[in-house]
Ligand binder design. Sequence first.
Ligand SMILES: Nc1ncnc2c1ncn2[C@@H]1O[C@H](COP(=O)(O)OP(=O)(O)OP(=O)(O)O)[C@@H](O)[C@H]1O
Ligand SMILES: [Zn+2]
Length: 633
Amino acid sequence: MWGSLAQNALLLGLAIAATTLLALFFIGLTLLQPKSPGHEIPLSEARTLIDAKKDNPVSQATLRDQDARLELDTYSGEQLWSSYPHSDSYTSALLDALGAHKINTTVDSQAGKPTLRAVVQFLLPILILATLFALFTVLARDKGGAFASFSKWSGKGQKAGSGRFTFADVAGAPEALVELREFTDYLENPSKYSELGARAPKGVLLVGPPGTGKTLLARAVAGEAQANFFSISGSEFVESLVGVGAARVRDLFRQARLAAPAIIFIDEIDAVGRQRGAGMGQGHDEREQTLNQMLVEMDGFGAEAGLVVMAATNRPDILDNALLRPGRFDRQVVVDLPDVHGRTEILQLHARTSPVSPQADLGRIAAQTPGMSGADLANVVNEASLLAVRAGKPMVEQEELEEAIDRTLMGPARKSHLLTQDELWRIAVHESGHAIVAEAIDYPVALQKLSVVSRGRGRGGATIYASTDQLMQTQLDLQKSLITSMGGAAAEAYVFGMLSTGVEDDLNQATKMAHSMVAVYGMSPAIGPVSVGETPGEVFIGRDLANMGNVAAETLALVDTETRRMVLDAEETARQILSINTDVLEDLANSLLKAETLSGPSLDVYMEAVAGWPEPLIKDTSHRSPIHLRRES
Ligand SMILES: Nc1ncnc2c1ncn2[C@@H]1O[C@H](COP(=O)(O)OP(=O)(O)OP(=O)(O)O)[C@@H](O)[C@H]1O
Ligand SMILES: [Zn+2]
């Protein structure tokens, strides 16, 4: 809860300083009370002495105007003093009286002569205030207190030129680099875009598991384009008070605008960018305000600004749709875990800055580390260097590198393990299942890439399709994508006789889709073309039935049954497709296991061998059998 050790020390120090200063202030005030000589008399008595008409006893008077004190010396050698009301009129009245009786008077206004007392009186309160202010600021930053908006936002500007990263510092992510070129292009010459009235690229979402170099990529874009770099993490907004996050966002954008061309990098954007209205409990309002402010800022600058906002997440699925609209984060760049090729390149890159022996076989290290991220691999090289130093060797040899793999796996930050051969094989079968099923039913979106490592630990591989621009989807389209989603689970069940946790995302997606088909799009014959009032894609489970309005409980039960039936049907179809393509499944899975990723021609070979599925994908069409209508164009 309480930040770092250093922050604690700072807090303690400030608290002590504030207390000390406060004590000094009061001690100082009493001790430095000016000591007037002699004894105090009431003002009335002093006036009587001054005003005495005969034998005036006062030999000499001193007006200490600043302290509002009147000191009187008498001819009898007495020293007396008295306080008087501190006002200009009273002072001049006193001076008049003294003058009238020709009393020798000194006025000591002390103006322009700062005494110790003045210092105490005026500087100490300022010092105390400053210390208290600093204290609050630190507190606020740490706990999200009310003063946080005064504290400096924690974004850091990176001066172009100092310790810059470039694309040469990123290895094993060629696709990401290609996509990011456009942003460096724009940053190097924003006016080109504004002159042409072209829509400048504004926001890009870097999607990928931790440690895959998302931050590195953002910095590299800044470095390539000689742009300034500002970064902030979404998690910094969590737990702060309402309004603080929004203020920081405003600040950040203002600073970046002044420093343009610039990149604003928002790490862990999912911490603020979740679906609005989906959060619960504390910090929810704050998150929404911060998110809204972000949207406002992103809409508030045009092509001429020379600003690019990059954000990183590994959960793009939970982001608020408003963030993904055109003119905001409308681009996504996937930053996958590297395959064996990528890992070799990353190792080579990091080996360049360490004394790695040319005899070391980095390809072998790459082959032993499926599932490791770029950050893990950088760590392997680093650990190996430490081991070499400890062993007194001048160079890092194979031995150290291999030991460093184990050390990296045992490291404190590491939450998972390497993918074993068994896991890789299962993932290869699963992904091949998706691809073969999609091919057999002529899934309308092109398959681009198959991978057994790319999607992050514990999540298995990925089957990546080109994104589609299609706005309207028919029942057949949805049915195809449902069957394709079930291809992975069907393959696991078909080949291994049981599922694994790797099917989680697929089943989730398939269930949501089937549910929408039933409850929203009227595609289930049992329910008919009736909307059950649900938001597309939401699942009933755990939902408050009281919110369901006019929908009868029986209907809800029927929606459930129909959803399940649709998913089961799709799985059955997928399984049958696989059973007529067992040979392709075997070959493809093996090839994938060896190469870790397949794309382009090496993938096409297998796809061409897939036998198509001859049967209709939509059953139960009896209630809506088509007729033939002449169409004239
Ligand atoms: N593709 C890569 N090429 C070279 N080095 C890499 C690569 N990926 C990661 N690294 C190394 O790992 C370090 C950490 O990566 P970075 O912080 O950019 O990852 P990230 O994806 O932003 O992680 P997180 O999501 O945890 O913030 C980099 O500074 C770099 O040394
Ligand atoms: Zn899958």
